[in-house]
Design a protein around this ligand. Structure first.
Ligand SMILES: Nc1ncnc2c1ncn2[C@@H]1O[C@H](COP(=O)(O)OP(=O)(O)OP(=O)(O)O)[C@@H](O)[C@H]1O
Length: 437
């Protein structure tokens, strides 16, 4: 296989100045004294991409993803290192990049075509497909500066994919479009990929990277942290994010005074629980006649987890304290995705396990065992709650909305919310064997 993108020891250094006058001082200094702090946006990056490969670039904000794409497309010049590209490149970089905002959509289509070496006649033929894919109606005759960001990304994507590039480079652009357009783009990207186009794809959406890409590159503060099979690299990246989240959590717990810990409240009992950690963006509601002191998710080995592979068993548990006598207690939690779509809710009424007549000051741990179905990989939010009454009529004692952000890890490649276990059956008929009514 031949490599179509070759990056060798590429470094990009930005000079940062504390004061703007320092820039001038540096230019006029007789002995070239340096007044800047060098900032490594990329540090000695090397990789090769072969023809027909689809490669994802992942990393946290500011890790250098856009910088490497800009260097590959020639928008930026590297400070050191070599870049070689073999093939025609079509790129979707920042929103509006590549468009002249004063020209209409149609004029921009022809201008971009000319830059890529297409004659006006060739663009006449491509125009229809571009317009059909972009689907922005009469706006194509308006200056691009009047477009919404969604329209701009529609036109940019339609243009980028319809000029038959050998290498297609996409920087996070799809995040802007609406869900239907995103789905249409992913479908098209699969088609382009299967047709043998090399694709380089930057995204914060690990699900898409896992689904679309064969390999992935993880950039971390300008350094190459991992390169390899997309699934493996994405999993390592997710684990790192969870570890960091846990470390932040641990710092908070260390900083708490002992008087506040649950261990002191349960006085003498040997079992310890991690106290609920609230911050400003978590919304707590309820009468406070009962309180959730701790909430956890454990895997089959009893380890607390925040990355949950599907089709495994988990224990979702909580420790609660009652500030009043309560007759019928409802413990539960619900899980929703980041768009607020509720996936499921669980409580002890649904499972017919009622807890009656609890007394003020009593502490209970309640746990629910469940096997996680094959839901789509991604981030989900879990809200524990405590109520009194019945399933139909109850008073919320405490509900901690979107308390825990967890990551579901599904090995499958389905992007729908739930993967079903289905079986297909095929029956072949001759024309005369059937009647259509
Ligand atoms: N012109 C510039 N001058 C100084 N620093 C810059 C400049 N452009 C980018 N940087 C810095 O370079 C680093 C890498 O930026 P880059 O845009 O490549 O990150 P990214 O991984 O694409 O981030 P995001 O996910 O937020 O888009 C960042 O710390 C950014 O602040």
């Amino acid at each position: 296989m031949s490599s179509v993108i070759s990056i060798k020891n590429v470094t990009k250094i930005y000079k940062l100045y504390n004061k703007s006058i320092d820039r001038l001082k540096e230019v006029v200094h007789p002995f070239h004294k340096q007044y800047n702090e060098p900032f490594y946006a990329l540090n000695d990056i090397s990789f090769e991409i072969e023809k027909g490969e689809t490669v994802g670039i992942i990393g946290t904000n500011g890790s250098g993803k856009s910088t490497i794409l800009k260097i590959i497309t020639g928008v930026l010049q590297q400070t050191k290192g070599e870049v070689s590209i073999d093939g025609t490149v079509s790129a979707l970089l920042e929103l509006g990049a590549g468009f002249d905002l004063d020209y209409t959509g149609i004029e921009n289509i022809y201008m971009n075509g000319a830059i890529l070496g297409f004659s006006p006649e060739e663009m006449d033929r491509k125009k229809e497909e571009i317009l059909e894919f972009a689907d922005i109606g009469d706006f194509v005759n308006q200056p691009v500066k009047t477009y919404s960001s969604g329209m701009m990304v529609r036109l940019a994507f339609a243009l980028a994919i319809n000029v038959e590039p050998e290498i297609l480079i996409i920087d996070e652009a799809l995040a802007v479009g609406d869900a239907f357009f995103q789905a249409k783009c992913f479908h098209k990207l699969e088609e382009i990929k299967n047709a043998g186009t090399t694709i380089l794809f930057v995204s914060h959406d690990i699900v898409s990277v896992k689904k679309l890409c064969k390999r992935a590159i993880w950039l971390d503060r300008g350094n190459m942290r991992e390169i390899g099979e997309a699934k493996e690299v994405c999993e390592k990246y997710l684990s790192m994010q969870i570890e960091e989240q846990n470390r932040e959590m641990a710092k908070l717990v260390d900083g708490m005074s002992l008087d506040n810990t649950v261990e002191k409240i349960i006085n003498g009992n040997q079992k310890s629980f991690k106290r609920i950690q609230l911050h400003q963006s978590i919304e707590v509601s309820g009468t406070k006649q009962g309180e959730i002191l701790s909430f956890y998710i454990k895997n089959e080995k009893g380890q607390e987890v925040m990355v949950l592979p599907t089709e495994q068993s988990y224990t979702f548990g909580m420790l609660v304290k009652f500030n009043e006598n309560i007759d019928n207690v409802l413990f539960g939690f619900e899980m929703e995705n980041v768009r607020g779509v509720k996936l499921f809710s669980v409580n002890n009424f649904l499972t017919n396990e009622v807890l009656q007549n609890v007394k003020v000051g009593e502490l209970y741990e309640v746990s629910f065992e469940l096997r996680l179905p094959r839901i789509c990989t991604g981030e989900y939010l879990v809200s524990p709650s405590l109520a009194a009454g019945s399933q139909d009529s109850h008073v919320v004692l405490e509900r901690i909305h979107n308390y825990l952000k967890i990551t579901i890890d599904n090995d499958g490649y389905n992007l729908s919310i739930i993967d079903l276990d289905t079986k297909a059956a095929f029956v072949k008929y001759k024309k005369d064997d059937i009647v259509l009514y």
